[in-house]
Design a protein around this ligand. Structure first.
Ligand code: SF4
Ligand code: FES
Length: 230
């Protein structure tokens, strides 16, 4: 851990803007800036992985680090910032971690095959209940940030994987590959070294998108069904 004193911070600044000010001060002083990840800065890309004062994405609820504001802290506060800590997310530098394990899980089954021959059925012609559509949409809001893993004492990726499985399991378009999807994604999750779920629920509390634990229950049902089919 390294101590830095940052000045000229307004309470309207986002946490990443505060980091920008810190890095500007460091560069002006001829020092190395602190490496951290970011892209969209509007809660969409899931890149800004920081563990702030012992909480993934900091003390606010339902926001990513880039949406966290300095008004959540008091003037003169000491803020502790760490990278995501999980064996499957190796630290690259400072606050930057390698989350390509999530990409490999997605590649193992997070897709549907679509007929592109020109005879593709219009998605709107397939009836889907409002309830299923809403639940699939809720699951699809997972941005793959990894806060669930970072906050879990087991470094479990079950909330992330279950969101990705659920967004298809709830829709007719996802049924064709459903069994392979859940088996392959869970297999990849295990191979990447993520821990198992012991139902503590910390992931749901820290998830910036409010992904529900119900998705984990659904994934377990899908997994059981696929195992019995196989
Ligand atoms: S489930 Fe939530 S915390 Fe986990 S990767 Fe998705 S958005 Fe981030
Ligand atoms: S920088 Fe994209 S979610 Fe924070």
């Amino acid at each position: 851990m390294v101590d830095y004193k940052v000045t000229e911070i307004s309470e309207s600044m986002s946490f990443l803007e505060m980091m920008d000010v810190l890095n500007e001060q460091l560069v002006n002083a001829g020092e190395q800036p602190v490496a951290f990840d970011h892209d969209c800065r509007e809660g969409i890309c899931g890149m800004c992985s920081m563990y702030i004062n012992g909480e993934a994405h900091g003390p606010d609820r339902g926001v990513t680090t880039c949406q966290l504001h300095m008004r959540m802290f008091k003037d003169g506060d000491t803020i502790t910032i760490e990278p995501w800590r999980a064996g499957a997310f190796p630290v690259v530098k400072d606050l930057v971690v390698d989350r390509s394990s999530f990409d490999r899980i997605q590649q193992a089954g997070g897709y549907v095959s679509v007929n592109t021959s020109g005879n593709t059925q219009d998605a709107n012609s397939i009836p889907i209940s409002k309830h299923a559509a809403d639940e699939a949409m809720d699951a699809a809001t997972c941005i793959g940030c990894g806060a669930c893993v970072a906050t879990c004492k087991n470094s479990s990726a079950m909330l992330f994987v279950s969101a990705k499985v659920s967004q298809y399991a709830l829709l007719p378009q996802g049924q064709v590959e459903a069994a392979d999807r859940v088996l392959n994604m869970v297999k990849q999750m295990d191979e990447e070294g993520f821990g198992n779920c012991t139902n503590t629920g910390a992931c749901e509390v820290e998830c910036p998108k409010g992904i529900s634990l119900e998705n984990i229950a659904r994934m377990n049902r899908e997994y059981m069904k696929a195992s019995l089919q196989g």
